[in-house]
Design a binder for this molecule. Structure first.
Ligand code: SAM
Length: 291
């Protein structure tokens, strides 16, 4: 079987992706090559030669990436914490910045007392990313996740089944609206840590084709001001958290102070802190439920 060198193919792929406007052309070319070869990206150097079939498969994927299909739809996976999630059309692709919310939740759970089994809620779970990554890291806790969209919920169920099959503590998925007055009412006043990455982009935002054409509309937009889900979700957060329970809500980088103000206006929270992302942009607000 004839083989040809991989490296020039990756260089050509990166050039094609750069011309197409892909933001990280070289990285994406390497991820696609690693996907075709079934290896970690860091181990590509150990496979210097590839078959004609592998080269053809790589070209096909690069052409699709050049059409701005998201990298994760082509490889079929996205990461959160220590786990990989299956993703594709119909569900939001988890973003690296949401790792901050995951890390925040784990840090808060360290401080939760051991007199009861801690309860975590993930509102707007999408693929189940936050809920499943938390359940993987903390098998001792009870994790609930809420999602309104049935297509997204199917991805979350598939990911939940995968993680449970690998030995993780199963999470409890709920099909519902996080703004509904009775959502998760059996958990009223019992939740230790609540995380939410809701739709929060203002409708007027200009988005890359990977996002605008592939993430579900319902997963992205939060009305004109980006707060159309966050605002009516605050009563749910207030109702669910126990005294001293903690919440973190991801938001658009234009909206940090507004989310902090919404929490503050309830008079039910203190320790309201705005957290930046790795680029220094306001990314999530955390707060503690007062007694
Ligand atoms: C930005 S995505 C976040 C998904 C996941 N938490 C993550 O970080 O990858 C927002 C999710 O919220 C869901 N959603 C939108 N409005 C909702 C509502 N009112 N109630 C429950 N889920 C909602 C969307 O379908 C979408 O899956």
């Amino acid at each position: 079987m004839s083989r040809s060198p991989l490296r020039p193919a990756i260089v050509r792929a990166a050039e094609q992706l750069e011309v197409a406007g892909v933001h990280s052309p070289h990285t994406d070319a390497e991820f696609l090559a690693a996907h075709v070869l079934g290896v970690e990206r860091s181990r590509l150097a150990l496979t210097p030669m590839v078959t004609a079939e592998q080269l053809a498969e790589l070209r096909t994927l690069v052409d699709r990436r050049a059409e701005r299909v998201p990298l994760q739809h082509l490889t079929g996976v996205a990461a959160m914490g220590e786990i990989d999630l299956a993703v594709g059309p119909g569900v939001f692709v988890p973003r690296p910045e949401t790792e901050l919310l995951f890390a925040w939740a784990l840090a808060q759970l360290e401080a939760v007392g051991h007199e009861h089994r801690p309860i975590v809620v993930d509102l707007c779970t999408g693929s189940g990313a936050l809920a499943l990554a938390i359940a993987h890291a903390r098998p001792d806790i009870e994790v609930h996740a809420v999602e309104i969209d049935s297509a997204a919920l199917q991805w979350a169920q598939r990911n939940a089944d995968n993680q449970a099959a690998q030995g993780d503590t199963p999470i409890i998925l709920h099909n519902g609206d996080v703004t509904a007055p009775d959502i998760l009412s059996n958990l009223d006043g019992r939740v230790d840590v609540l995380v939410a990455n809701p739709p929060y982009i203002p409708e007027s935002a200009d988005l890359d084709p990977e996002v605008a054409d592939h993430d579900p509309h319902l997963s992205l937009f939060g009305g004109r001001d980006g707060l159309s889900v966050i605002r009516p979700m605050i009563p749910t957060v207030t109702r669910l958290l126990r005294a001293d329970g903690l919440v973190a809500i991801e938001h658009d980088d234009t909206n940090g102070s507004q989310v902090a103000a919404l929490l503050g206006a309830t008079d039910a929270f203190d320790a309201i802190v705005e957290h930046p992302d790795l680029a220094g942009k306001p990314r999530f607000v955390a707060a503690r439920r007062t007694v």
